[in-house]
Design a protein around this ligand. Structure first.
Ligand code: GH3
Ligand code: MG
Ligand code: MG
Length: 418
């Protein structure tokens, strides 16, 4: 009887239920056993072999399915232990979800153990990156994974060039066993270390990865490092760019928001902000029986200051008044430039007597001083009220305005309270 190799396999599969599986089910291992007996070291060897030589997981699964269709009693690979029926399920299970094709991605490093280690570190990093929003923690994890393999590394640093974030600073991230430090620098930080790798996007250099160690790396360690850094640099850059841009936009948004609620001349809050805040405070006053007072203050004869000393002197007085007002206000108070030379001072947790006392203190302080290069004097008048239960905001402020009107009519430099 003569057979082609394909029909030999067919013959044994049909008559003895033995599958000669060639490379599939092979192993890379220092140990050898003719029959697989569940030894974890051999199983790791089988996994390693397939990670290395199978180009893709779906191809491996296709081959496994074809073999299992034969319902074999024995699987006899060309480069590994023979697998009896009772162990087949266990080995197939280990192979089903394997990351294959390592050899394809890295043509330069052919040491399968190093490749596999790099793959492991990469996998952990990517899993962490999906779970963690904070790039700092991701880099700390990377540092720890590398340090586990190469204990004598000291510092992992990443420098990102200005072109990556389309900005004018360098981002300098340094990870050590003590933690992580991120700096934004105008000048390029100097990068030295036992391992250095330029990060590129196409032709463009966008950063440097730099690893400092207490001693030189041997060849294997250097290759492992290089593999890890090559593998992670692209996802790392995407991640860092995303995170850094996000925090930049958050900062810009905050700045824009602050701008939108601040009066540019005096730095006090503006009328728009007052509207939003008063609603919140009034509802707090209603539900928690918190006393809430306001003072409306208007500078006296301000037109005359402008007419006599000029508009710039007027502006200067407005700024000086705002500064003193801010100094008198508590942290929980809100100080607002309401319009031209009119201001509102909101005092939560403050009853009418306390509010009246505080505004009078401010009035006396202002009246005593000399302002704007010690040449000028000015005063203000104020109306003070405390919120009455059930009152709407317009009525609340109108009462303060009426008191201000009374203060003006009774000779100015006065505070009228309820
Ligand atoms: P009263 O004591 O009755 O309040 O008199 P007054 O002169 O302060 O009041 P009036 O409303 O007649 O004048 C307010 C002036 O404030 C007129 C306006 O030109 C000036 N003013 C408003 N905003 C600014 C500003 O931003 N800078 C300067 N320099 N002047 C301003
Ligand atoms: Mg005025
Ligand atoms: Mg006025």
């Amino acid at each position: 009887m003569s057979f082609h190799s394909a029909s030999i396999i067919q013959y044994f599969a049909e008559n003895y239920k033995i599958v000669f599986s060639s490379d599939i089910f092979g192993a890379i291992s220092d140990k050898f056993k003719l029959f697989y007996d569940g030894d974890p070291e051999i199983l790791r060897g089988i996994e390693l072999f397939h990670k290395h030589y199978m180009p893709a997981n779906f191809i491996l699964n296709y081959a496994l399915d074809r073999i299992l269709e034969k319902d074999p009693e024995l699987i006899a690979p060309q480069h590994g232990s023979i697998i009896k029926k009772e162990f087949i399920t266990e080995v197939v299970k280990a192979l089903r979800d394997l990351d294959c094709g390592l050899y394809l991605f890295e043509k330069r490093a052919s040491d399968i153990k190093i490749l596999s280690k790099a793959e492991e570190i990469f996998k952990v990093l990517i899993e962490k990156a999906l779970l963690e929003a904070d790039y700092r923690r991701i880099l700390i994890n990377l540092y720890r994974s590398i340090k586990k393999e190469i204990p004598h590394i000291k510092t992992l640093s990443v420098i990102l060039f200005p072109n990556l974030l389309e900005d004018n600073y360098y981002v300098y991230i340094r990870v050590t066993s003590k933690g992580i430090d991120v700096q934004f620098l105008k000048e390029k930080p100097s990068a030295t270390g036992e391992y250095m790798k330029l990060l590129t996007d196409g032709e463009e250099a966008i950063g440097v990865v730099n690893i400092m160690s207490s001693r030189e790396f041997d060849d294997d360690k250097w290759r492992l490092l290089d593999l890890i850094i090559n593998k992670i640099s692209h996802p790392l850059i995407v991640l860092l760019k995303r995170e850094l841009l996000l925090s930049k936009y958050e900062k810009e948004n905050k700045l824009l928001f602050m701008k939108s609620i601040t009066d540019p001349l005096t730095g006090l809050l503006n009328r728009w902000f007052l509207g939003e805040e008063l609603e919140r405070l009034v509802s707090m006053a209603q539900t928690h029986e918190m006393s809430l007072s306001v003072a409306i203050m208007d500078l006296d004869h301000f037109k005359k200051i402008n007419d006599t000393y000029g508009h710039l002197a007027g502006d200067c007085i407005l700024k000086e008044f705002s500064k003193i007002l801010r100094e008198h206000a508590k942290e929980t108070d809100i100080t607002v430039r309401y319009g031209g030379e009119e201001f509102i001072w909101v005092m939560p947790f403050t009853d009418i007597d306390e509010a009246c006392r505080r505004v009078n203190e401010l009035r006396e302080k202002v009246a005593k001083g000399w302002y704007c290069r010690q040449k000028l004097k000015f005063t203000f008048s104020a109306g003070v009220v405390t919120y009455l239960d059930g009152e709407n905001i317009d009525d609340f402020l109108s009462r303060a305005d009426e008191n201000l009107y009374k203060a003006k009519n009774s000779g100015r430099n006065k505070v009228v309270c309820e």
